[in-house]
Design a protein around this ligand. Structure first.
Ligand SMILES: O=C(O)[C@H](O)[C@@H](O)[C@H](O)[C@H](O)COP(=O)(O)O
Length: 270
């Protein structure tokens, strides 16, 4: 069931030349993950039809990884569109600053859920550094990742094209590793180090909101009634300092992809 922005979302959430968010609601988390997986396959295939390659920014968290698991399942099904995974660049919106191979790493979970199964070439998997690598801390790791982004960007720009950037959201409104009241909310740098995160593990590396909002499309995939108040606040004009997910706005589209629980506090339609 898709709702147009006017139905549920304050029209003034359009931001300059950026369209207001749109909202899609699925009955439950499982059908949400499958619907997002199918939409993501179609979107990546469409990007490849135009550009020859596609780029996706992955997120961590239960729903974000469930989407990847469903995509792996789709790869085995006769689906309308197919993605040439050898021509997909994979980036991350955030990463836990823990040792390589640690099961908490978003990269490890994504490799297990999808990447190892579909054969994305190593040079196209752009992981954020682990804590036991060449960088002594998250600041150095963040600076390095910003350099990787700049190296992949068009001449004179600092960020490559992101066709779809996936995000989750916590019950208090964090997205990626940008938490309420954190200096990261207003940090203009493309990649930031984050410490003392309320959600363990405490030390992370995250794209900043400006980098997130450089994406062509940003998809916030959110499930669970415990997140409904933050979803409603984000879609009715909350400040990003209070609800960081409220500060997300893709260039061409911002899609809130919800299950019924996460949508349950949205203003009545009409
Ligand atoms: O690394 C992380 O933890 C994620 O990037 C984080 O932003 C996550 O997406 C949300 O916390 C939602 O997580 P759940 O889907 O598990 O609730």
């Amino acid at each position: 069931m898709s709702l147009s922005p006017g139905d549920r979302v304050s029209a003034e959430l359009a931001d300059g030349d950026r369209p207001a968010p749109d909202v899609v609601i699925e009955p439950d988390a499982d059908r949400l993950a499958r619907a997002v997986a199918e939409a993501l396959v179609a979107r990546l295939a469409a990007a490849q039809a135009v550009h020859g390659t596609a780029s996706v920014v992955l997120t961590g968290g239960g729903v974000g990884i469930a989407v990847l698991e469903r995509m792996a399942g789709l790869a085995a099904e006769p689906v309308r569109e197919t993605v040439d995974w050898t021509a997909v660049d994979v980036w991350w919106g955030d990463e836990r600053f823990v040792p390589d191979g640690d099961e908490q790493r978003n990269e490890r979970q994504a490799r297990t859920a999808l990447l190892d199964a579909v054969g994305v070439p190593a040079e196209r998997v752009h992981a954020m550094p682990p804590s036991d690598g060449e960088f002594p801390g998250p600041d150095e790791a963040a600076a390095w990742y910003a350099g990787q982004l700049a190296a992949a960007a068009p001449e004179g720009q600092e960020l490559p094209r992101f066709d779809v950037l996936l995000l989750g959201m916590g019950p208090e409104g964090h997205t990626a590793s940008i938490f309420p009241g954190s200096p990261a909310v207003r940090d203009p740098r493309p990649v930031v180090a984050v410490r003392d995160c309320p959600k363990p593990p405490p030390t992370r590396v995250s794209l900043g909101l400006r980098a997130i909002n450089s994406a062509e499309e940003v998809w916030l995939v959110v499930a669970g009634a415990e997140k409904a108040p933050a979803v409603a606040a984000a879609l009715t004009g909350a400040a990003p300092e209070e609800i960081p997910a409220a500060g997300v706005r893709g260039r061409r589209a911002t899609r809130w992809l919800l299950d019924a629980g996460a949508a349950s506090a949205l203003p009545a339609a009409g």
